[in-house]
Write a new protein. Structure first.
Lengths: 127, 473, 154
């Protein structure tokens, strides 16, 4: 079981890393999402235990460890929040730049001091 | 205990309220400033408690240790919380005086304070992660502040790279739980000694990479120049003065505090990486042309000093690392904030900040540099001393270059600077410079009277070396 | 949201199911909150159930029409913040009494007033806060990402 989970985590991380290296920002975001899933799978795999839910335990017998479940749940929530944030960011990039390609973002790169001010004013107007 | 709970509750609750309100209104901005001021005050009370009576700690819900989450304020955490919140306060002040351009800004700054307090004042690895993400999410949104193309690009880069760092941290947390079966920092520190060395080193490296990414240390710095240079000055001040503290604190808390043995094993590597950071940051800062970019590379160089001090270790090294982190946070906040305003007073403040970064006597940076030099001398390594001297010389050089470009050539540029364009209401012309000047005065005062800082960082180092470890209820 | 080959807009079935699921989802959510102390469930799970129903509605009708059909959704941001504040209040009120954060009242061995199966204690109000927070956040997210042009401040 540990091996299967490790393999799943490895595949998730590999696929995520591959997507991260792509040009499209949407793919980059997908890659980050996959890597976050890899982290969660790792949490689950790090503490496999079988048993009853530990809420109100009465009879003897194995209990499952509640801590990693709480960790995984929290990590999922945080992952969802960051994913939503990234998607919102990419959406704004598409609105302001008219593109979701990483390379085209670089066109606004390093203007001189004067150009920088111009960019900032443009930014002020879009607000 | 009340102060500890309040230091979380006040910024958290008010921050949530502020996020819904329109932060562009002056009153909302000032409400944010007042909240941050109150947070700093609460932290001050907490710090006094901690320094006088030792670690303040309690477990949530009155549960036994190990079931509930341990909230713990020791000298190390309080020092970092206080300096970070102070930087946030200065940045919020400066931005409110300039006029807030986005409705969520005050709320985000206050929520960032809540997240930072939470992570500095916890004794639980996973709770650390939760608050860490809370502050990082606030920071991601803050990076996009301004909404221009450059800021958006910075936000995308900052968020993607740091999220990767966060997930590496999470994997390391999972590994910690796997090998030790606990997530309370003190228990982890005890049980990690019996863990097979390979597993322990793997976990420790995971934490190191995660914090180095936050801190922008040399091999993980690639995101930093773009982000610091393209965000608004106030946000850059927050990122380099408050958010980067997460990295420094994490290195200290998880290095000597939890993975002490692994830290000893890798001391040489850390010192080498720190030295590389110092030289790399210094050389590239001299080579760049935009002031913001030079300051960004300077930030890479400055955190190198912290890493060197951590690598050398021992009471002197850790005290130097704490001291230098605090001083560096204030320096960077001041320098980035000066780039938003102009005038002779600001030029003076910039000079103070520059002297502080370079470690020239009247400013507090001298104390920090001195402490790092002492660690280098303690380590009996002439090479290290020479490297530190070269680093300081480089920082003096690039800061002089910035001064020359920014403040000597001021008359020519005045017409195009957007800070001047925004200067429509002359009545607030002087008041806008107040935060910068206050920070500068503080840096000078710290340099003239460094005993409190030295005492606090000494107490923080004692926490790490275990001589004053009254932790746990 | 639909593939390139799909007909424009979801089918009637999806729309009807989305509309019909909303009320039961709220019932399930209430059950999850009430049962959450001795069985599986809590405010977060309850919030996710309602949040999924809201999301399905947004997919079926489009965010704007979903909001027109259910004007309550416009208050989602306030629900989120109100819920978060309620949760914080439930968590931090013991500070005023000198107890650790997240202690609950009535305490572990005290008598609990219950209405039917629902036990009235501060832990429940915490869960209600989390429920509101999750529903609010999910609604805001889905509606923002579905039709972001309504409010540029994402």
């Amino acid at each position: 079981m540990t091996l299967a989970i490790a393999a799943a985590a490895a595949v998730l991380f590999g696929a995520g890393a591959y997507l991260l290296l792509q040009r499209s920002l949407v793919r980059v975001v997908t890659g980050i999402a996959l890597i976050s899933q890899c982290a969660i799978v790792t949490i689950i795999g790090s503490s496999l235990s079988q048993g009853r839910a530990p809420i109100d335990p009465q009879e003897g017998g194995p209990l499952s460890d509640p801590l990693p479940q709480a960790l995984a749940l929290t990590a999922l929530v945080i992952g969802m929040a960051t994913l939503a944030l990234l998607l919102a960011l990419v959406h704004r990039v598409v609105v302001t730049h008219g593109t979701a390609e990483r390379d085209e973002l670089r066109d606004v790169d390093r203007p001189g001091a004067g150009g920088d001010e111009a960019v900032r004013h443009e930014g002020d107007e879009t607000e | 205990m009340t102060a500890l709970a309040l230091s979380l509750l006040v910024p958290w609750a008010v921050g949530l309220l502020l996020v819904v309100l329109d932060g562009r209104r002056r009153t909302v901005g000032w409400l944010g400033v007042v909240t941050l001021g109150a947070t700093v005050a609460v932290l001050g009370v907490l710090a006094a408690d901690v320094l006088r009576g030792g670690t303040v700690a309690f477990v949530t819900g009155g549960w036994p240790v190990g079931v509930g989450i341990l909230l713990r304020a020791d000298a190390l955490g309080v020092t970092f919380a206080l300096s970070s919140c102070f930087v946030l306060l200065a940045a919020a002040c400066a931005e409110t005086l300039l006029g807030v351009g986005q409705r969520t800004l005050p709320g985000l700054l206050v929520l960032l304070a809540a997240g930072l307090n939470g992570l500095f004042l916890t004794g639980d690895v996973f709770n650390f992660y939760v608050f860490f993400e809370m502050s990082m999410i606030a920071a991601y949104v803050l990076t996009g502040y301004g909404g221009g193309r450059a800021q958006l690009r910075a936000a995308v880069i900052f968020a993607s790279v740091n999220l990767l760092g966060s997930f590496i941290f999470l994997v390391a947390v999972a590994g910690t739980y796997r090998v030790t079966g606990t997530l309370a920092m003190t228990d982890v520190a005890e049980r990690i000694r019996e863990v097979p060395p390979n597993a322990a080193v793997a976990v420790a490296v995971g934490f190191f990479v995660a914090f180095s990414v936050k801190l922008g240390l040399f091999p993980f710095h690639y995101w930093l120049p773009t982000v610091y240079a393209d965000t608004r000055p106030a946000v850059a001040a927050v990122l380099s003065g408050a958010v980067a503290n997460i990295g420094a604190y994490g290195l200290l808390r998880f290095g000597p505090g939890v993975f002490a043995e692994q830290l000893r094993l890798s001391a040489t590597v850390l010192i080498a990486l720190g030295a590389a950071s110092i030289i790399y940051g210094g050389v590239l800062a001299v080579a760049r042309h935009r002031p913001a970019e030079m300051l960004a590379y300077s930030a890479i160089g400055q955190v190198g000093y912290v890493l060197v001090a951590v690598g050398v270790g021992g009471p002197v090294g850790f005290a130097a690392a704490v001291l230098y982190s605090v001083v560096n946070a204030l320096n960077k906040a001041l320098l980035f904030l000066t780039s938003a305003v102009r005038g002779p007073l600001v030029a003076g403040a910039f000079v103070v900040g520059a002297l502080s970064v370079a470690g020239v006597p009247p400013a507090v940076g001298f104390v920090g540099k001195l402490a790092v030099f002492r660690t280098a001398v303690d380590a009996r390594s002439p090479t290290l001393v020479v490297l530190l001297v070269v680093g300081s010389a480089l920082s003096l050089l690039y800061l002089f270059l910035i001064y020359q470009r920014e403040f000597w050539a001021e008359e020519d540029r005045e017409a195009v600077t957007d800070a001047e364009v925004r200067d429509a209401a002359p009545a607030r012309g002087v008041s806008r410079r107040v935060p910068v000047v206050v920070l500068a005065v503080l840096l000078l005062a710290g340099g003239v009277w460094p005993e409190p800082l030295a005492a606090v960082s000494g107490a923080a180092a004692d926490v790490l070396t275990g001589t004053a470890n009254g932790a746990g209820p | 949201m639909t593939g390139p080959d799909a007909p424009p807009g979801p089918t009637v079935i999806v729309r009807v199911v989305a509309r019909l699921l909303l009320a039961p989802s709220v019932v399930v959510a209430v059950a999850l909150i009430v049962k959450g102390y001795t069985a599986v469930g809590d405010g977060f799970a309850a919030g996710m159930v309602v949040g999924l129903a809201v999301a399905l509605n947004a997919v079926a009708l489009g965010a704007r029409r979903a909001e027109a059909a259910l004007p309550v959704l416009r208050h989602a941001p306030y629900a989120a913040v109100g819920g978060a504040l309620l949760a914080l209040a439930s968590g931090f009120f013991p500070v005023a009494l000198g107890e650790p954060v997240f202690s609950h009242r009535p305490g572990p061995d005290e008598k609990v007033v219950s209405v039917g199966k629902a036990e009235l204690m501060t832990a429940v109000s915490f869960d209600v806060g989390i429920f509101l927070l999750v529903v609010g956040v999910v609604t805001v997210l889905v509606h923002q990402l579905a039709e972001p042009d309504q409010e540029p401040q994402a």
